[in-house]
Design a protein around this ligand. Structure first.
Ligand SMILES: [Cu+2]
Length: 117
């Protein structure tokens, strides 16, 4: 349903001149979106702490704790996040299949896994 609505919006008339604008020329603030998955950091844990996503998925962590957390790849497979304060987010797009284990470098007992396939 989301995709259909999006397509309809892209083909609407230009509001300023009334001319139909081709979808490719439509102004967009964001690049085409890959599927996104959300992980919340809450009570010193990643929720969900394990998820399986298709290749190309953008995974977004959001810190819901009052404490800072740092997303760190266990195998240095992706860049380490800055220290996330409350409500801060960090996103990684996974373009290769694999198993990505990560942890919080401040609280190493906080661990999670993302399986990309
Ligand atoms: Cu932490």
């Amino acid at each position: 349903m989301k995709a259909l609505r999006h397509a309809a919006a892209m083909s609407m008339l230009c509001l300023c001149c009334g001319v139909a604008v081709p979808a490719m020329a439509a102004k967009s603030d964001a690049p085409p979106k890959a599927a996104a998955s959300q992980i919340e950091i809450r009570n010193f844990a990643f929720a969900p702490n394990s998820m399986t996503v298709p290749v190309g998925t953008r995974v977004v962590w959001t810190n819901r704790d009052e404490e800072p957390h740092v997303i760190t790849s266990a195998g240095k497979q992706f860049a380490t996040s800055p220290a996330l304060d409350t409500s801060d987010t960090y996103a990684v797009t996974f373009s290769k299949p694999g198993t990505y284990a990560y942890y919080c470098s401040i609280h190493p007992m906080m661990v999670g896994t993302i399986i990309v396939q």
